[in-house]
Design a protein. Structure first.
Length: 492
């Protein structure tokens, strides 16, 4: 089975922070692959903006090295690489001053009618300053869009400051708050599974679903990001955006269409339906942890405090939460959320566990009956498994086995699945906001997360230690097992 590639309109992609790690590892390889697929028109340009005083040809040499490092050799075609590198212009610019802005205006002014996408691959503290100067220098056109990377603030209040600054220059319909998880093929398949199959939607409710687990686990530590990470932590870095967005897609009502606002209206309802976790319940409903030295990927690794170089940090590298969506569809169904660094394996998946059969008709010799489970694996080995009970073949009576119906993306589709950034960048050019967060979504997510952060800050209990290479602190196991359930670490 192959996918179709639909070309987009001619555009100028303006990348602020064009010499940074995000540009090197994600943005330039993603744009190259879309060029390789024939999706980018010949006239489209990439305007690289940075503080470096270097000619375009020098920057192009840097991009060529990035492609050699981050794009497999099998995907590097000389003709396409040459075509792609010819798209670049480099502009030296001071994001917080006036130097270079006239040069950028001159470059963009050559084609004022084009789609113009400003990608802010910089820290959120620069979003406001850059947008203010984009507006002051007359660079906003009816075809302009701006892309802001997470995190959008570190609290509800700081997020409002950032959004106010960006919103003074760009209309909400022009603002694309990117969360790369929403661009993953399997994440989008959540909507296809639910709303394109008569099998699931009638039973997608509290009457038939026992609980939902969402896990985003990493084996890596913070390493070179320790300084940044210590000001963020797992709750801000992963739960407030990625995991809550996954929860929304699992829990939302069917939208009236796949238009951006129809989908985001339903996600917003889920966020506003989350039961608040106040100080009195935070110890019972949340667990925060911090990894200590241990073993990962076959070798010894240091603890978080060792990597940070400080012994007094209470920043969490692991979070587990029992959440509840207070509405008619999900009343009484717990959503167990879990994320962390230096865990036992790298995996992102959603497990929907259905209720047990109401009456067991088999003899005890048939063996136990396990609940049906739908497992959506986001990474690695993207795919979907539906776990069912069947009879073990052969004579000798009824023996039951729990086995999966297995759909692997790699096996089912011959084409390489586009990276999330490839899809999202092309959606920006199209002006399609379905997979991007609206401002009221950001506000609602922070409104749920802020009380948890406040309760942790006021608590005298530090994060619970866990050994690197395990599944987190034992308290996370207790969080789910006191409800008579267990984490599905082998659910796939």
């Amino acid at each position: 089975m192959t996918s179709r590639t639909i070309a987009v309109d001619v555009f100028d992609m303006v990348v602020f922070g064009a010499t940074g790690d995000l540009a090197a590892r994600k943005l330039m390889p993603a744009l190259y692959r879309r060029d390789l697929a024939g999706q980018i028109p010949p006239e489209a340009r990439i305007v690289a903006v940075s503080r470096r005083r270097e000619a375009t040809r020098v920057y192009v040499d840097t991009v060529a090295r990035w492609l050699a490092e981050f794009v497999p050799e099998t995907e590097r075609e000389d003709a396409c690489v040459e075509r792609f590198l010819a798209r670049f212009e480099h502009v030296t610019l001071d994001a917080t001053g006036d130097e270079g802005w006239a040069d950028l205006a001159e470059v963009l002014g050559r084609f004022p009618e084009r789609v113009r996408a400003f990608y802010l691959a910089v820290g959120p503290d620069l979003f406001g300053a850059i947008c203010e100067r984009i507006g002051r220098h007359g660079l906003v056109t009816p075809q302009a869009r701006v892309v802001v990377e997470k995190p959008v603030g570190k609290s509800g209040e700081s997020a409002r400051v950032v959004n106010d600054a960006v919103g003074k220059v760009f209309d909400e319909s022009q603002i694309f708050r990117i969360d790369h998880y929403l661009g993953k093929e399997t994440v989008q398949n959540l909507m296809a599974l639910r709303f394109a199959n008569a099998l699931f939607e009638p039973i997608w409710n509290a009457a038939h679903i026992d609980h939902v687990q969402i896990t985003v686990a990493e084996t890596l530590g913070v390493a070179g990001r320790a300084g940044y990470y210590d000001t963020s932590g797992a709750l801000r870095d992963m739960v407030q955006n990625h995991i809550l967005q996954l929860l929304c897609l699992v829990a939302m009502e069917p939208p009236v269409s796949l238009s951006a606002d129809a989908v985001r209206d339903e996600k917003l309802k889920v966020l506003r339906s989350l039961k608040p976790i106040e100080a009195a319940g935070v110890d019972h409903l949340t667990v925060r942890g911090q990894y200590r030295a241990g073993a990962s990927a076959g070798g010894a690794v240091p603890g978080y405090l060792d990597e940070l170089g400080r012994a007094d940090s209470t920043t969490e590298t692991f979070v587990a939460i029992k959440a509840e969506v207070q509405n008619w569809r999900w009343a009484g169904v717990p959503f167990y959320l879990r994320t962390g660094k230096r865990l036992a394996s790298r995996v992102s998946e959603i497990v929907v566990s259905f209720r047990p059969v109401p009456h067991f008709i088999f003899e005890p010799s048939a063996g136990p009956v396990a609940n049906n489970r739908l497992v959506i694996r986001l990474q690695p080995d993207e795919g979907v498994k539906l776990w069912l009970m069947i009879k073990d073949p052969g004579p000798g009576g009824m023996r039951l086995q729990h086995v999966p119906l297995d759909m692997s993306f790699a096996d089912a589709f011959s084409d390489r699945a586009p990276d999330a950034y490839e899809r999202l960048l092309m959606d920006v050019v199209r002006g399609t906001q379905t997979l991007f967060m609206r401002r009221d979504e950001v506000d609602a997510a922070w409104a749920w997360v802020d009380p948890i952060l406040a309760a942790w800050k006021a608590s005298s209990t530090p994060p619970r230690p866990y050994t690197a290479g395990t599944w987190g602190p034992s308290a996370a196991v207790a969080l789910i097992e006191r409800d008579g359930r267990t984490w599905q670490d082998d659910g796939y």
